[in-house]
Design a protein around this ligand. Sequence first.
Ligand code: UT7
Length: 337
Amino acid sequence: MTTITPQVGAPHAAILGIGTYRPSRVIPNSEVIDAIDSSDEWIQQRSGIRQRRWATPEETVQMMSVAASRIALERAGVSAEQIDCVIVATVSHLLQTPAVATAIAHELGTNQAAAFDISAACAGFCHGVAMASDLIRGGSAGHILVIGVERLSDLTDVYDRGTAFIFADGAGAAVVGPSETPGIGPVVWGSDGEQFDLIRQREDWRDVVGTPEQPGSGQMPHLIMEGNPVFRWAVFTMAKVAQQALDRAGVSADDLDVFVPHQANMRIIDAMAKAMKLPEGVRIARDIAEQGNTSAASIPLALDRMIADGEAKSGDLALFIAFGAGLAYAAQVVLVP
Ligand code: UT7
């Protein structure tokens, strides 16, 4: 009988380098409060956000992704031709098809790398890292570029009190490649679709356009969020998921050097660290204060800032955990590149 030749991959995978792009427009709280009848004090107290960055028209999803990827490739010592696959996690590339990953792969100069987008909202980057690790170990690819990128300002209603001060723009990229030792732990991931409605676009494109008989809204399908239930879900549920990721990697909170949770809200970050009983020495990512919530881009942006500030260094043991619309979530232990 004919058998199919099995595919053999690398023994392990690791993140070899990361790069980021922060848009040039810095938006302090003072610039968003009037439209939502809020205050700098309220925003800082409830979310920890002092400022965020919103992209200029030139800072497109593709442009920010390419800029972040070039830095990641250089730091990893990997050329664009060595990239076999580009995975882009985003919910804010407004052209649904083709995947922006294909244009990014081309602009970077890959050799026609496989390229596709994934939609897992704020958890997208961690989903991408998990997939990259498995694709490399399964033999489907040698080196993979995982990009988390958002231009949430395009999908944010500046008059919506529940979201206008939170969402922001940026890009982070990671080169994932083969490794002699494990650099990416098992993923713990899942979704709670019963809570599908808590973070979503207000309407779909058919509602925007309408019909000749019943014209649509003509408005951008902005993001809406029931912040408080999401907040409570994140605080109560995500610490358990984080612990499972530690258990599955065979490490404990005491072994961690760095904790890099999705940058959704400073109070969620603090509550999770407390619930996980993180030892005092574990450095915690707090990029949200300066960057806002950049959904799929938040974890690589936060880790990159920690590396730049000397709070994380190569070889450190880090825990990623991300959660958001869906409600989708994913967590894994990784070694800092
Ligand atoms: O990235 C994807 C995952 N997303 C998240 O994890 C976000 C999770 N949620 C949150 O971060 C928080 O729920 C928010 C920061 C969005 C809101 O904080 P909160 O503590 O949950 O506030 P709340 O919605 O319970 O509102 C508290 C009060 C209300 O007034 P009363 O009823 O207590 O008098 C609101 O009307 O604050 C009022 N309020 C505001 N005040 C000033 C609501 N929005 C605003 C605002 N400015 N923008």
